[in-house]
Design a protein around this ligand. Structure first.
Ligand SMILES: Cc1ncc(COP(=O)(O)O)c(C=O)c1O
Length: 415
């Protein structure tokens, strides 16, 4: 990809959306841990898990026609392990690696079955995990704790809707506590509690001194990335643009690293999408000093999974150096994406995608249709030749809000 100078930061504003072009002049190598060559053992682990199946990659030809692009594809992660979201991939893989390490077992020689049988099962029962979550990660951890027979404690930030806490309790044995704190402060609480009680912190973000477990979490996303590249290849499709949503940016960074390695010079233009209320990747890119920056406060957005104020320290350099555009958007953008996916236009599938799952598609629809964003479209090389790829990371994880927003989706006209 062409390297841009640091002196001409371009930014565009449309209705409910802002777009920033990458200006970072640094270009760190993609870490070996997130390259294609690291994906095989992760996939082997997932493939042996009960209920594993590749999630569908859906094509939306009618939406593509409406948007005047060549193709629109979305991977439906609501089908992942019956958890209605993608995060089961990462809680399970990280927990597996932690337990292997605790028991001095070689992960390449160990299976889930080995860990859950006989004497090892008894030894594992004493381990207790703790994490902070806005919902989906906690569900993955609670579910994985059930699979391995461990205990888990899950803290959730202020403003968490009860339906999200209940969904965690339903899939596994975790104890769930909704705090009065922001997401970032709840992460700090989980960390302090782990130190006080000897519980293992299994957090889906990293900071200085806490990187080994988050790196396993991020590796968990390689299964998603490699499934996607293979599904596209089977259809002889090469995406020109990939839109990835970010909370802390761990998923976006892991997937982007793997895509960048897989596609090399021909990698798709990468667009990172966040809510205005918690746009720490956007703010970090805009600061232009190469460092990660936090945005503060208890931010209000219905994109609960993206409501994180501090970038993941491991993936920030990947997003800084290998993404091309950063998008910050308001809730109506996510709502637009949810309705457009659900519309099932002219034989397209009707995809149930939640607030954080559909934010990227909503952002793409805005960029492609807002008259004020014509310059952004041309800078981003969006044209009738474009093939757009999205990861719908969740289904209707907040069913009441989903119903409120999608309502009569069939009548949606995205233009
Ligand atoms: C549905 C959904 N999409 C995307 C994300 C963003 O992942 P990350 O925090 O790794 O950026 C999350 C995080 O919880 C999520 O729940």
């Amino acid at each position: 990809m062409e390297q841009k100078g640091t002196d001409c930061m371009r930014e565009w504003s449309g209705k409910d959306i802002r777009i920033l072009e990458r200006t970072a002049s640094s270009s760190e190598e993609i870490p070996a841990a997130f390259r294609v060559s690291s994906a095989a053992p992760v996939r082997r682990f997932h493939q042996r898990m009960p209920g594993y199946a590749e999630t569908p990659l859906l094509a939306f030809p009618a939406l593509a026609r409406q948007l005047k692009v060549r193709g629109v594809y979305a991977k439906d992660e609501s089908k992942r392990f019956s958890l209605n979201a993608f995060k089961g991939l990462v809680g399970s893989y990280a927990m597996f690696r932690i337990l292997c390490e605790k028991l001095s077992l070689d992960p390449s020689e160990t299976t889930l079955h080995d860990l859950t049988s006989g004497e090892i099962r008894e030894r594992i029962r004493k381990f207790e995990f703790v994490t902070c979550t806005d919902g989906n990660h906690g569900r993955g951890v609670s579910w994985a704790a059930g699979l391995f027979g461990c205990r888990a404690h899950i803290y959730m930030p202020a403003g968490t809707r009860e339906v999200r806490a209940e969904a965690i309790r339903r899939v596994g044995p975790a104890e769930v506590v909704v705090t009065e704190l922001s997401y970032d402060d709840t992460v700090r609480l989980a960390k302090e509690t782990s130190e006080r009680n000897g519980w293992i912190l299994i957090q889906d973000t990293s900071w200085d001194g806490y990187e080994k477990i988050p790196a396993w979490i991020i590796q968990g996303y390689l299964t998603l990335a490699m499934e996607t590249t293979e599904q596209l290849k089977r259809r002889s499709v090469r995406p020109t643009h990939v839109f990835l949503q970010a909370g802390v940016g761990a998923m976006a960074g892991g997937v982007l690293a793997c895509f960048a390695d897989y596609y090399g010079e021909k990698r798709p233009v990468a667009v990172i999408v966040e809510p205005d209320a918690a746009n720490c990747i956007y703010a970090s890119a805009k600061a232009g000093d190469g460092k990660a920056h936090s945005v503060e406060g208890i931010a209000a957005t219905m994109m609960a999974g993206l409501n994180c104020g501090t970038p993941c320290s491991i993936t920030w350099p990947i997003l800084r150096d290998h993404a091309d555009y950063y998008v910050s958007c308001a809730d109506p953008v996510a709502a637009l994406g949810m309705r457009a996916y659900a519309a099932g236009l002219d034989g397209d599938p009707a995809l149930v995608s939640g607030e954080s799952g559909a934010a990227t598609f909503g952002a793409a629809v805005c960029i492609l249709t807002d008259a004020r964003l014509a310059d952004a479209r041309s800078a981003m090389k969006l044209s009738s030749d474009s093939v757009l790829l999205f990861i719908s990371t969740e289904g209707d994880t907040d069913p009441d809000n989903y119903r409120k927003i999608v309502g009569c989706a069939k009548e949606t006209n995205i233009m």
